[in-house]
Design a protein around this ligand. Structure first.
Ligand code: UD1
Ligand code: MG
Length: 455
């Protein structure tokens, strides 16, 4: 349940300079979705009932993305990038008059678990004025360091401002903080920019609060992998690796067999039922839902697809958005299926493209079949009935309909509807000339001999 009284302010205005990208940093993806989406989902699930997002760099792109994925979020623009405290101030209109606790999260830290976020606001309920999420790492470079005295968090020192002793501290700032109701605005007003970067650091709120006799506490997360902040492409790939490790572990814990887990790639929304078997080198792009007991064979790529129980997909199959496979369907090697429903027990096993189509129950689609769904401008539908036998190398030029129990002869180009129970031939009749093979060969051999230079 979300607590309507908790506001999450997500800072996502940074230039992301270190990404060296034309795409705003928070729109880069981990696990098949933009970083900002993951942060907003964790914030919600961690107890935030209200969301405010501060955007800046690439504002137009980020804004139009947010209006699609989080229409309820309030959006604020930070016009100049003067630091994280300055960014939080951009959301002052959301803070003003807000009566509950305030969480601050970073748009570039997408792997934090909701329960970890909830632990921070719980600390406020237990009496802290500020709770900050820290973690211990052997690779602290780039993170702010936590200064703890007598069990109290007294300051956060940024890397650039840290002396040698402070740099040796392994206790780091994840960037996530919670403030008791009403406190954040007054702390933000007090933060200056006298530091190595000349920026207004949100992390200075800790020292200011401590000087005022307030109580700041660090909550130390026990899983360092939740807190990786993405500033460059190497960290982006680190985050992806962490996401994938988690997804594999969760899938196996839920009863999925991964023959070679490190070669299977998941998206944030991949759903696999119990006893699904996934062979090596399979990619689940977003939007895949696989029912219990399905076998996904090696080297298959699935996206936006639904696969029902008892189906076998691959090896080397490609299911594209809108592929909808019913119970016990078989889709084999080098078969591509897009925007097509395949009814129970149908088989499409070899070297085939099925696009914008429906295939009836128990129909068998022969090797090398193609639905010509696109005329260069419009897409057209191919409707294949139940118990049909589509001969190998059939080309179906859509729009076209093949009735139940029909057959198409191998090699046919089907341009007109085939009635129920009919057989359609759409090819030239074969001609046989007795003896011509031998004569032809003799002619060619003689020609080759004659062409050789003399001597
Ligand atoms: C920040 C923290 C550091 C922490 C680390 C965790 C500060 C001063 N430093 O450093 O203590 O260990 O995150 O990953 O808070 N942003 C804005 N406007 C700005 C500047 C930044 O919206 O003017 C946003 C960025 O988009 C980003 C977040 O704030 O999402 C953090 O900024 P970033 O520049 O990545 O700070 P770090 O150097 O990572
Ligand atoms: Mg960062």
């Amino acid at each position: 349940m979300t607590d309507q009284s908790c506001l999450a302010v997500v800072l996502a205005a940074g230039e992301g300079t270190r990404m060296k990208s034309d795409l705003p940093k928070v729109l880069h993806s981990v696990g098949g979705r933009p970083l900002i989406d993951a942060v907003l989902e964790s914030a919600r699930a961690g107890g935030a009932g209200r969301l405010a997002v501060v955007i800046g760099a690439g504002a137009d792109k980020v804004r139009s993305h947010l209006t699609k994925v989080a229409p309820d979020a309030q959006i604020f623009e930070q016009r100049e990038r003067l630091g994280t405290a300055h960014a939080a101030l951009a959301a002052r209109a959301a803070l003003a008059g807000h009566e509950g606790p305030v969480l601050v999260l970073f748009g570039d830290t997408p792997l934090v678990r909701p329960s970890t976020i909830a632990a921070l606001t719980e600390r406020l309920s237990a009496g802290a004025d500020i709770a900050l999420l820290g973690f211990t790492t052997e690779a602290p470079t780039g993170y702010g360091r936590l200064i703890v005295e007598d069990g109290r968090l007294v300051a956060v020192v940024e890397e650039r401002d840290a002396d040698v002793v402070t740099k040796a501290v392994r206790l780091c700032n994840s960037g996530i903080m919670a403030f008791r109701p009403g406190l954040l605005p007054e702390l933000l007003e007090a933060i200056g920019n006298a530091n190595a970067k000349g920026e207004y650091y949100l992390t200075d709120a800790i020292a200011i609060a401590t000087a005022r006799g307030l109580r700041a506490e660090a909550v130390i997360g026990d899983d360092e992998s939740e807190f990786v902040g993405i500033n460059d492409r190497a960290q982006l790939s680190d985050a992806e690796a962490i996401f994938q490790r988690r997804a594999r572990t969760e899938a196996m814990a839920a009863g999925v067999t991964l023959v070679a887990p490190e070669t299977v790639f998941f998206s944030f929304d991949t759903r696999l039922g119990r006893d699904v078997v996934v062979e090596p080198n399979v990619v689940f792009a977003p939007g895949v839902d696989v029912a219990a007991g399905v076998v996904i064979r090696a080297f298959s790529h699935l996206e936006g697809a639904r696969v029902a129980g008892g189906a076998v997909v691959g090896p080397y199959a490609r299911l594209r958005p809108g592929a909808d496979l019913a119970e016990n369907v078989h889709v084999g090697n080098f078969v591509e299926i897009k925007n097509a429903r395949v009814d129970p027990g149908a088989k499409v096993n070899h070297l085939t493209y099925i696009g914008d189509a429906t295939i009836g129950a128990r129909t068998n689609v022969g090797a090398g079949t193609i639905t010509c769904n696109y005329d260069g401008v419009f897409k057209h539908k191919t409707i294949i009935g139940a118990d049909v036998f589509v001969g190998s190398n059939t080309v179906m030029v859509a729009p076209v309909r093949i009735g139940d129990n029909a057959l198409t002869a191998a090699g046919s180009v089907i341009t007109a509807d085939v009635p129920d129970g009919a057989m359609a031939f759409g090819r030239a009749r074969q001609e046989v000339r007795e003896g011509m093979g031998a004569t032809k060969k003799a002619m060619l051999v003689a020609k080759k001999a004659g062409a050789k230079p003399a001597g």
